[in-house]
Design a protein around this ligand. Structure first.
Ligand code: HEM
Ligand code: HEM
Length: 465
């Protein structure tokens, strides 16, 4: 104690402040080494000292989880900056964005970075979700991390929807009118829930304030809890998933390498490249901003945000009860249930479960790519249940029949996989999942690029005209 006191007494003011931050290292280490030690020990508070060498392979994760973390950090940083200028009241919101873009130093750039990072985050999280699914990283001991992941997916989606309204332009006002309009189809609680979300019967000042609070406080707080929980679960599972075969034949599980520099350097490279890409996009393309919101004049076509275009397309073909309640409910049950099913084989860490799994995945994607557009065209131009079955109740025609047809199609596909290709349960579930996912992507593409005025089917080059 006495020695420390006399030592600090010999230092100048700057050195004393530095000593108060990095005690004990001032005399013995050069400044460069001091900082390195400090940062290394900081990193090792969050990360394991060593990681399995085989999990460093880029094609295991494609760096997607790391990219999502970087994007969330960018969104938090730029979001906080936007808050200094943005005003969440209908009379001022649009004007504050115009002021931000025209009069605030780097205002337009900050808004662009926030806008593009938010949209890219959705895509990255979707691909991360696919990679986790296709490498079977939802099997024990990672079951609950899948559930946390789903909650984070929902949080990112809600962040995007609530942020979408904030600029208060025609695009955002009417897109959110459509999205919140869908809520009234939830049986029993629909109208109540819609009022709760909108803060009243219509989109207005209360909606903006509810969305702003959710966007800048509720969801960020949720993510700040969920993200560390997610990373802690990765660590508790002993790191990322590895194929069991590699464990036995090559003893890979035992081969560990230090996190610094092996993992950290790779993560820094991914982060730097991602930030560079975001900067290039943000400098080149401005975030869209239409005319100020006009509740009396809806644009034609009025489209939902791109991530809901698939649901909006579904609504053109199915009864809202099916498209907005039954289907999402079924999908949620399936997604939550996936890690808890009883599987015959242990395939964690193997992309697409097996070689046959890979072939069936391609088959399922092909079936969806061919069948979905045909079904859309048939429904648009040929099928007309109303004219064909005039006496039948609308519930049977619009809800029971489509549900029965869709379930029958999926069951036949599942049965064919089992019978014809002797697929395992893992492989069959995966193929059905790909079928549904690919069909949804085709619906989304149709909604974004192939629907024009009056939501009529058109070629993409006719849509804008
Ligand atoms: C904001 C959203 C998310 C962030 C920031 C995030 C971040 C991460 C990171 C950094 C990792 C470790 C490295 C990697 O796998 O790339 C990881 C692993 C994991 N994530 Fe996510 N994730 C998110 C969403 C999701 C979603 C939507 C799911 C699935 C429903 C999910 C399920 C998992 C699982 C099961 C693991 C462990 C994978 C393994 O052991 O190989 N995550 N996540
Ligand atoms: C996962 C995190 C986040 C996502 C996905 C997200 C997404 C979005 C989106 C899509 C917009 C609309 C941008 C546009 O096209 O104009 C937006 C706007 C905005 N966000 Fe966020 N955001 C996130 C986090 C945050 C945070 C943490 C804050 C502040 C604490 C914030 C504050 C704002 C503000 C003030 C606006 C209005 C300015 C504008 O529209 O340009 N955001 N956000």
């Amino acid at each position: 104690m006495q020695e420390t006191h006399t030592m600090t007494g010999r230092l100048n003011l700057i050195q004393r402040i530095r000593y108060s931050i990095f005690p004990g290292t001032l005399q013995t280490l050069k400044p460069k080494d001091t900082y390195r030690r400090f940062f290394n020990s900081l990193i090792l508070h969050f990360r394991p000292r060593n990681v399995q060498e085989s999990t460093l392979r880029f094609t295991l994760t494609w760096g997607l989880g790391g990219m999502a973390v970087v994007l969330v950090c960018i969104l938090f940083a730029t979001g906080l900056m936007l808050k200094f200028v943005y005003q969440p009241v209908p009379d001022r919101a649009y004007e504050s964005i115009i002021h931000l873009q025209n009069n605030v130093l780097f205002g337009q750039l900050i808004r662009n970075i926030h806008h593009w990072s938010a949209n890219i985050l959705l895509v990255v999280v979707f691909f991360h979700f696919l990679r986790v699914f296709f490498t079977g990283a939802f099997h024990p001991p990672r079951q609950f991390n899948w559930i946390i992941g789903l909650a984070m997916f929902l949080a990112v989606l809600i962040s995007n929807i609530t942020g979408y309204l904030l600029p208060w332009d025609q695009l955002s006002f009417w897109a959110i009118t459509i999205c919140t309009g869908m809520l009234e189809y939830i049986p029993g609680i629909g109208n109540w829930f819609q009022k709760l979300v909108r803060g009243g019967s219509d989109i207005g000042p209360a909606t903006l304030s509810v969305f702003f609070a959710i966007h800048t406080a509720v969801i960020p707080a949720g993510l700040l809890v969920l993200m560390p929980f997610h990373f802690w679960r990765v660590r508790k599972a002993g790191g990322l998933v590895i194929p069991p075969i590699l464990d036995e034949t090559e003893g890979r599980r035992d081969r560990k390498v230090p996190t610094i520099p092996n993992l950290i350097l790779r993560e820094i490279v991914v982060a730097v490249v991602l930030v560079a890409v975001i900067m290039v996009i943000s400098v080149s393309f401005n975030a869209p901003l239409g005319a100020k919101a006009n509740p009396g004049l809806s644009p034609n076509p009025t489209k939902a945000p791109w991530y809901f275009a698939g649901v909006q397309e579904l609504l053109l073909h199915f009864h809202p009860l099916f498209a907005l309640v039954i289907l999402p409910l079924l999908m949620s049950i399936i997604l939550i249930g996936i890690p808890y099913l009883n599987y015959q084989t242990e395939t964690a860490g193997v992309w697409f479960a097996s070689h046959r799994g890979r072939r069936l995945a391609v088959l399922a994607a092909l079936v969806a790519v061919i069948v979905t557009p045909i079904a859309i065209i048939l429904d648009e131009f040929v099928i007309d249940f109303v004219a064909w079955m005039p006496g039948m109740s609308p519930v049977v025609k619009n809800v029971i029949l489509p549900v029965a047809f869709s379930l029958a199609g999926i069951t036949v596909f599942y049965w064919l996989l089992k019978k014809k290709y002797s697929a395992t349960k893992n492989e069959s579930i995966q193929a059905v999942f790909i079928l549904l996912m690919a069909a949804f992507i085709i619906l989304t593409i149709t909604g974004i690029w192939f629907r024009g005025k009056g939501m009529v089917l058109m070629w993409p080059w006719e849509v804008g005209s």
